[in-house]
Design a protein around this ligand. Sequence first.
Ligand SMILES: Nc1ncnc2c1ncn2[C@@H]1O[C@H](COP(=O)(O)OP(=O)(O)OP(=O)(O)O)[C@@H](O)[C@H]1O
Length: 252
Amino acid sequence: MTPPPLIELRGIGKTYGSGTVALSGVDAQVREGGFVSLVGPSGCGKSTLLRIVAGLITPDTGHLSWPVSGARPADIGFVFQDPTLMPWARVVDNVWLPLKLRGMPKKEALPRIMDALVRVGLGDFANAFPRELSGGMKMRVSIARALVTEPPLLLMDEPFAALDEFTREKLDDDLLALWESQRFTAVFVTHSIYESVYLSERVLVMGARPRRILADIAIEAPYPRGRAFRESHAYVDSCAAVSAALREGALQ
Ligand SMILES: Nc1ncnc2c1ncn2[C@@H]1O[C@H](COP(=O)(O)OP(=O)(O)OP(=O)(O)O)[C@@H](O)[C@H]1O
C-alpha cells in the first residue's frame, strides 16, 4: 500500500488583489522524504505555490493538507534565490539566527551551527563576514541557516539561479548529499530543466494557461547521482520529456 503523502494539494487557486490569476486548480502530492522539482514558464505561479505550502500565502480555493503529520510542520526551511544574509553579522551569527529566534543561547547553539557549516563545506568560515564570501559560499550559508533547525521540509525557490554552471552543479551535488543524509522532504523551484532532472525523483511541469500542473514526470535513476547520470541516455531522455511537456504547455 502506498503511504500517505506529506503534502497534498487539491484544486489550489490563488488570485492576487491586482486581479492576476497566479494559480488555478493545482493538484499535487509530495511523499515524505521525497525530492520534487517545480518547473514552468516565468510567472506561472511556482513561487506562489511554494509560499502557499510554506503558509506565507493563503489560497483562495482548494485544500492543502498534511496527511502524514496532520498539520503543517512547525519548522519549515525556506531558501530564496537571494541568500538574504545579514551583512553586518559573521557567518556563525547568520546561521545562529533561527535558533536565536527560538531563544537558544549562542553557546548552546554553537555545536549545531558548526555541524551545519561543516555539512555545507564552510567549517573554516564561521568567523567570516558575508562580503568576504563568493556567491556560491553565501548560498551555502543560506542553506546551513535553513537546515540548522533540522526541518522536516525544505522549500527552495531558484536557490542557485544566480550562480555559474560549475558552481551550480557542485551545489546540486552537495544539496543531494545533504538530502540523503538528513532525509528532509525537498520541494525545489528551478528554471533549469537539467537541474530539475538531475536532482529530483519527480518533476512537476507547470503551464501558464492554465496555471496548474500539466505533467508529473518520474525520474527513475537511483541515488546517489553523479557525473555518470549527467552523461547517461536516461538523463537526456528525461530532460527531453520535461522539455516536451513545457513546450506542450506553452502551446495550450
Ligand atoms: N504579491 C503579488 N501581487 C500581485 N501579483 C503577484 C504577486 N506575486 C506574484 N504575482 C503575479 O502572480 C503571477 C505568478 O507569480 P509567481 O512569482 O508565483 O510566478 P513564478 O512562476 O514563480 O515566476 P518566475 O519564474 O518569474 O519567478 C505573476 O503574474 C506575478 O506577476
